[in-house]
Design a protein around this ligand. Structure first.
Ligand code: FUC
Length: 337
């Protein structure tokens, strides 16, 4: 296994580095300390050909200018908080009247401290930052560390820890968009998605959960058995930007039959927001083509959006003296494994 650090660019006077982690199968995991962004994951297809399976850009300037959170670590709180209100606090309102993805100049747009970690069976990069009291309206100095490990079995493990000195909110996610065809050569419509999810959170027109958890059975949102995304999106033309409640083994599986690549996601979070990119039509390019509907799918493991206003959802309140710990594990395989 090999871990390399190289210059990637400059952002607001701070140097940005790219880390290239190569395992013994020569599969590669790339990330940068701007936004703790995962910039590339190169894994084999069923014939052994290694290609990138996440959406990203070639250079820092594009991440700074255009990114819809490609690969980014999102915080303090992923998703929307209605009206940006919590307790007596007013958080920044950066999505209509709501607070979204941590607000203005959030974790995905900061340069993190970073360092390579070497262990017996895995290599990784630990990113850390101190979000000061008052950041985007949140109370408390919050110290956050996210470590991305890469193993010899093509497993990316994400471990998050955080501590605060005042009661605050914390509900981060990683916002990687997957496309298992390799180098975005096909859309995600022929991928199948399967999730251990019996219910989903109903949302209003502004994408705030109403508080109702509805059964997926007999709806377009039933992914309990593997389902082609083309079929699911045919049944639900607006696509998916939807929080699902994970249950049982809490496993999510994405497969692309043509390449033979599969991704299995496991987590200790309560929910996953599935964002199918339906309707996206942007001016910037990804792998040489305009970013448009269904070039990727984001699978954002987290606690429910707007959990602060819904006691029935798992709490995202972090108290001083208690350490937040969460993980998500992404395993890439082909049928021969
Ligand atoms: C908002 C969220 C989506 C996604 C996108 C970039 O539309 O609702 O889940 O994070 O932003």
């Amino acid at each position: 296994m090999d871990a390399r650090k190289q210059h990637y660019g400059w952002y607001e006077g701070q140097e940005v580095f790219e880390y290239v982690l190569t395992n013994d199968q020569q599969a590669v995991f790339r990330c940068i300390n701007y936004g703790a962004v995962v910039t590339g994951i190169e894994v084999p297809d069923q014939w052994g050909k290694k290609e990138n399976v996440v959406l990203g850009f070639k250079q820092l300037e594009d991440y700074v200018k255009d990114s819809p959170y490609f690969g980014a670590f999102v915080g303090r709180v992923a998703g929307r908080i209605a009206d940006g209100t919590w307790s007596t606090y007013q958080l920044t309102q950066n999505n209509r009247k709501h607070h979204m993805h941590g607000g203005e100049h959030n974790f995905s747009q900061l340069v993190w401290d970073s360092q390579i970690v070497q262990e017996d069976n895995r290599i990784g990069v630990a990113f850390s930052l101190m979000s000061p009291d008052g950041d985007n309206g949140y109370p408390g100095n919050l110290r956050v560390t996210v470590t991305y490990y890469w193993t010899n079995d093509n497993i990316w493990e994400m471990l998050v820890t955080a501590e605060t000195d005042q009661t605050t909110l914390f509900n981060p996610t990683n916002h990687t968009y997957f496309n298992l065809s390799g180098n975005t050569k096909r859309k995600i419509l022929e991928h199948t998605l399967q999730m251990d999810a019996e219910s989903y959170a109903e949302t209003d027109k502004t994408k705030i959960p109403t508080g109702r958890l509805l059964p997926v059975a007999e709806t377009a949102l039933d992914f309990r058995e593997p389902k082609r995304l083309a079929d699911a999106i045919n049944e639900r033309r607006e696509g998916f930007d939807t929080p699902f409640k994970l249950s049982g083994a809490k496993t999510i599986r994405l497969c692309e039959p043509e390449s033979g690549r599969s991704l299995k996601i496991e987590t200790n979070r309560e929910a996953v927001v599935v964002f199918s990119t339906t309707g996206m039509d942007e001016d910037y390019l990804v792998d040489g083509e305009k970013m448009s509907s269904h070039r990727g799918i984001a699978l954002e493991t987290q606690e429910f959006p707007d959990a602060v206003h819904h006691p029935e959802f798992r709490s995202i309140i972090l108290e001083p003296g208690r350490m937040h710990r969460s993980f998500t594990k992404y395993t890439f395989t082909t049928p021969t494994e």
